[in-house]
Design a binder for this molecule. Sequence first.
Ligand code: ADP
Ligand code: MG
Length: 239
Amino acid sequence: MALVDVKGVSKRFGGLTAVSDVDLTVNAGEVHCLIGPNGAGKSTLFKLIVGLYPPTKGSIFFDSVDITAERPYARVQRGMSIKMQAPSVFKELPVRQNIQIALQERLSGAERMEEEDRLLALLDLADDSGKLAGALSHGQQQWLEIGMALALQPQLLLLDEPTAGMSPEETHKTGELIKSFNAGGMTVLVVEHDMAFVRQVAQRVTVLHLGKIFARGSLEAILADEKVAEIYLGKTHAH
Ligand code: ADP
Ligand code: MG
């Protein structure tokens, strides 16, 4: 049932412990949100899960396999797909070609073109497929990058603040997209700051604070938790 199992993981940067003895379970089939105030350690934990940092201590399991020592590429081959916090599309290439690059390892010929069309339509980018990616709005570039992550047909989609810089409408649309991926069987782990978005998509929530697990539970339980509201007070717009 646990697709990702983080066990007793810590990450130190010099004298600073950014992530401290964290246990986190993401169950197969759920949308799990990782939230917490600015500097809580969310992005660091995300990078530990995808393999961009080795942990100082602890272990990480994917599908019951210990992947603690695996490089990001090996984790991608196991079925993880990653969208980092800063968009990293190929701005000087057309939108369609960005999707093509992401698909080319898995598909070719007519099959690939069909999948390109499907993804472009899904992301509402069909009309802009000939534009350079750098000419898209910020929100559209975020969608394009989500599309590139989806092109790998991951078992687990990992998104770090996918709605950063989006309008409320774009944010809502992103939430609906994530719910549709999840309805198709994909497990999703989202680092998020926007509580409206968390309400829209999350089934379970883990709250990080000062590098430690502060609370975890169903969306309803976390929304009703006064201690969680306190650490968020006045901080929901911080980045
Ligand atoms: P969040 O994503 O929750 O805002 P981060 O994981 O980015 O938090 O950061 C947690 C803490 O770790 C912060 O104090 C941040 O300054 C520090 N930190 C993050 N990455 C590094 C790094 N590469 N080197 C040193 N300190 C870092
Ligand atoms: Mg962050």
